[in-house]
Design a binder for this molecule. Structure first.
Ligand code: AMP
Length: 122
């Protein structure tokens, strides 16, 4: 696996170098609106640590960091009022899995979602 690149755009958002439309933040995660929404609700949740994707995060993040991150994903979905209407979680992993930004992130999407969203860009 390639090394984590600290110049990626989400690392820059975490450092406050570029703005985001923040919806939630705690010790483990930052959540913000996707700049190019694919559904009426499209929020990204990212861990605060330098993990490239799910393969990296699931293998290398300490247990409290993994738990804190996934609790944050649930909190964000609940705070967005999505529990009843439902939502999808998507985590593209690797270029072949459609990942473009190489800082681990989970998409929370709800509402009308395009059929192609989340599919592998083969
Ligand atoms: P992925 O294909 O899973 O790597 O998704 C990356 C997502 O990041 C895309 O949905 C982009 O629209 C989104 N994105 C890229 N730059 C920004 C940004 N500055 N603020 C918010 N979302 C962004």
């Amino acid at each position: 696996m390639a090394a984590y690149d600290p110049t990626n755009i989400f690392a820059r958002i975490l450092r406050g170098e570029i703005p985001c439309k923040k919806v939630y933040e705690d010790d483990f995660a930052l959540a913000f609106h996707d700049v190019n929404p694919q559904a009426p609700v499209h929020v990204l949740v990212i861990p605060k640590g330098p993990y490239i994707n799910n393969m990296d995060f699931s293998a290398h993040a300490p247990a409290d960091v993994v738990a804190g991150f996934w609790r944050a994903v649930g909190t964000v979905a609940r705070d967005l009022g999505l529990e009843d209407q439902g939502y999808r979680l998507v985590a593209n992993n690797g270029a072949g899995g459609g990942q473009v930004v190489f800082h681990f992130h989970v998409h929370i999407v709800s509402g009308k979602t395009p059929p192609g969203f989340g599919r592998v860009h083969a």
